[in-house]
Design a protein. Structure first.
Ligand SMILES: Cc1cc2nc3c(=O)[nH]c(=O)nc-3n(C[C@H](O)[C@H](O)[C@H](O)COP(=O)(O)OP(=O)(O)OC[C@H]3O[C@@H](n4cnc5c(N)ncnc54)[C@H](O)[C@@H]3O)c2cc1C
Length: 470
C-alpha cells in the first residue's frame, strides 16, 4: 500500500546501489521510493539462514580497504557521501591472500610491497615491466565517465611478456569484476587493480548483514519510502519519458525520474513500449558457489589465506564453460580468515568456492535432476578443493557439517539478470543513460562492480542525474 503515488524519484532495486542512491536522494529532501521484488534488501549481497546457520549470499571481501588516515580514497568518498563513520562499518582486514597458477604462487595482502616482492621472486625478468604497468595504472583516470572502452589484455601485453604473470594478475580481477569473456574493459581493470592490489580486502565481523542494516537504517531515518516483495512489472513510457511504474497488482506510481539497478537490458525490457535491444550485449558469465560449513575454524588446521585465486589451465579461460561448471580455475574464500577480535571468533568455520558455470545447462534441468546435479557438483568440488589445499582431507571429511550450492539460477533469482550474468552486460553504460531522458541506470550495468563499486555507482548516478552535482 503506498501512501502517496507521486515521487521525485523511484529507485528500482534495494541492492547496494539502490540503497546508496536512495540515501543520497533522501538526504537532499527528495521524495524517494525504493521498489524491491524480494522480501530482503541487499540484492546479490544479501543473507539467509539455513539449518539455523547464517550465510551471506555473496560476500567474500569488501575491496578498497585503506587505513583511516588515507584521504580521498573510494572508501573515504563512500563514507563521506553517505555520512557513515568508519566505526559504524567495523572493518577487519584480511589475513592475506594468494594467486596460485600452474604450480606458481604470488601472495598479497593490504600492503602492496608484498605483491611487488613476490613478483620479483617468482618473475625476476618482469620486475621492470611490472613497475611500468604500475606507473601506467597510477596515472590512469579510471573514474572519468567519458573514457572509451579498451582491451585490458592488449594493454597489459605492452608491459608484461610472460603469459603466466599476465594470467596471475588477471585471475583475481576477472573473477571479482569482469563482465567480458577472456578480457576486461581497461577502466574496470584499473579500478579493480587499485581496489584489490593497491588498496585491499576487509569485511565487518558480522558480514554483509552489518552493511545492509546500516544502509537500510540510514535510509529509513532520512524518511525514504520502501516497497518490499513488490516487483516492477512495467515502466510506462510516453513521448520519450518514463512517466510511471506499474506494480504486479496493476497499481501505477508516477515519478519525475526513475533510477534502475535491475540491469540495462532488463530495464529496457520493462519499458512499455520496449525499445530495440542489442542481443550482442547480453551477459553470459555466471558462477556456482559451494558453501561448506565446518566444525572448526580452517585457520586452526593451518589454512590461513583469506582468499585463494587458482588456475590449473595453461591458458586462463574466463568464459562460459561448455559443461555445468569449469573446475579449471576459480576462487576459494575462507570467510573467517580476517583479523577478527579474538574474543569474538566464531566456533565454526566455512569455506566458499566460486567457479564459472553454464546458465543454459543448469536452466534446462528438471527439478529432480537439478537437485541431483547440485549434489554431484558439490561432491566433485570437494575433491577439487582437496587437490588445491594439500592436507585438507581430514578437514573436508571429518569436520564437514553442512553444504549448500548456489547456481546460476540462484544468481538470476537474486538479481533478475538474464542468464544469471553475475556482472551483467559486457559493455557498460558509464553515464547511466538509457533511451529515455529521465530513466537512468545505477549499479552493475552502469559499470562500477562489487559492493563498494555498486554503492559508489548509486551515489554518483544520484548526484549526476538527480542532484545535478559534478
Ligand atoms: C557468489 C558471489 C560472490 C560475490 N562476492 C563479492 C565480494 O566478495 N565482494 C564484492 O565487492 N562483490 C561481490 N560480489 C558482487 C556483488 O554482489 C555485486 O556486484 C553487487 O551486489 C551488485 O549490486 P547492485 O546494486 O548493482 O545489484 P543487485 O545486487 O543485483 O541489486 C539489484 C536489485 O534489483 C532488484 N530487482 C531487479 N529487478 C527488479 C524489478 N523488476 N522490480 C523490483 N526489484 C527488482 C533485485 O531483486 C535486486 O535486489 C559477488 C557476487 C557473487 C555472485
Amino acid at each position: 500500500m503506498i501512501a502517496s503515488s507521486h515521487y521525485d524519484t523511484i529507485v528500482i532495486g534495494a541492492g547496494m546501489s539502490g540503497l546508496a542512491a536512495g540515501i543520497r536522494l533522501a538526504m537532499f529532501d527528495k521524495k524517494v521510493l525504493i521498489v524491491e521484488k524480494h522480501h530482503t534488501s541487499g540484492g546479490l549481497n544479501s543473507f539467509y539462514t539455513r539449518n539455523l546457520r547464517k550465510y551471506d549470499v555473496g560476500l567474500h571481501a569488501l575491496t578498497n580497504y585503506v587505513p583511516s588516515h588515507i584521504k580521498g580514497s573510494p572508501l573515504a568518498k563512500l563514507l563521506r557521501q553517505l555520512r557513515i563513520s568508519r566505526e559504524e562499518l567495523g572493518l577487519c582486514e584480511q589475513m592475506g591472500s594468494s594467486i596460485k597458477s600452474n604450480g606458481r604462487c604470488l601472495r598479497f595482502n593490504n600492503h602492496f610491497e608484498l605483491l611487488e616482492s613476490e613478483v620479483a621472486r617468482e618473475f625476476p625478468h618482469e620486475v621492470d615491466g611490472f613497475q611500468k604497468l604500475l606507473s601506467f595504472i597510477k596515472n590512469f583516470n579510471e573514474l572519468s565517465l567519458d573514457n572509451l572502452e579498451a582491451s585490458t589484455v592488449a594493454t597489459i601485453k605492452l608491459f608484461i611478456k610472460d603469459p603466466e604473470l599476465i594470467n596471475m594478475i588477471l585471475l583475481p580481477l576477472f573473477y571479482y569484476g569482469s563482465s567480458q569473456e577472456n578480457d576486461m574493459d581497461l577502466n574496470q581493470f584499473v579500478i579493480m587493480f587499485k581496489s584489490i592490489f593497491l588498496e585491499g580486502f576487509c569485511k565487518p565481523q558480522e558480514g554483509v548483514r552489518r552493511i545492509i542494516r546500516l544502509l537500510t537504517h540510514k535510509y529509513r531515518m532520512l524518511g525514504g519510502g520502501k516497497l518490499m516483495n513488490c516487483a516492477v512489472k512495467r515502466i510506462i513510457i510516453d513521448k520519450n519519458k518514463a512517466i510511471a511504474i506499474e506494480l504486479a497488482d496493476g497499481q501505477q506510481v508516477t515519478a519525475n525520474t526513475i533510477l534502475s539497478s535491475a540491469g540495462a537490458i532488463e530495464t529496457q525490457q520493462l519499458c512499455h513500449p520496449t525499445p530495440p535491444i542489442d542481443p550482442t550485449n547480453i551477459g553470459q558469465l555466471s558462477f556456482v558457489e559451494a558453501i561448506l560449513s565446518i566444525k572448526t575454524l580452517p585457520r586452526n588446521w593451518g589454512f590461513k589465506d583469506t582468499i585463494i585465486f587458482f588456475n590449473n589451465n595453461k591458458e586462463l579461460s574466463y568464459r562460459k564453460p561448455q559443461t555445468m561448471v569449469d573446475e579449471g580455475s576459480g576462487v576459494i574464500c575462507f570467510p573467517e580468515n580476517y583479523q577478527f577480535l579474538e574474543e569474538r571468533l566464531p566456533q565454526e568455520g566455512s569455506i566458499r568456492m566460486t567457479l564459472l558455470a553454464n546458465y543454459d545447462l543448469w536452466n534446462n534441468l528438471t527439478p529432480a535432476l537439478y537437485r541431483e546435479t547440485k549434489e554431484k557438483v558439490l561432491k566433485s568440488l570437494v575433491n577439487v578443493l582437496k587437490e588445491i589445499l594439500p592436507g585438507s582431507n581430514q578437514l573436508l571429511e571429518g569436520q564437514l557439517i553442512d553444504t549448500d550450492l548456489f547456481t546460476p539460477l540462484t544468481i538470476k533469482r537474486f538479481t533478475g539478470h538474464m542468464n544469471g550474468a553475475v556482472y551483467g552486460c559486457p559493455h557498460k553504460f558509464r553515464h547511466g543513460q538509457t533511451p529515455y531522458e529521465n530513466l537512468f541506470l545505477c549499479g552493475t550495468d552502469q559499470g562500477f562492480l562489487g559492493i563498494v563499486g555498486s554503492i559508489l555507482s548509486g551515489i554518483s548516478m544520484a548526484n549526476l542525474h538527480i542532484l545535478k552535482e559534478k
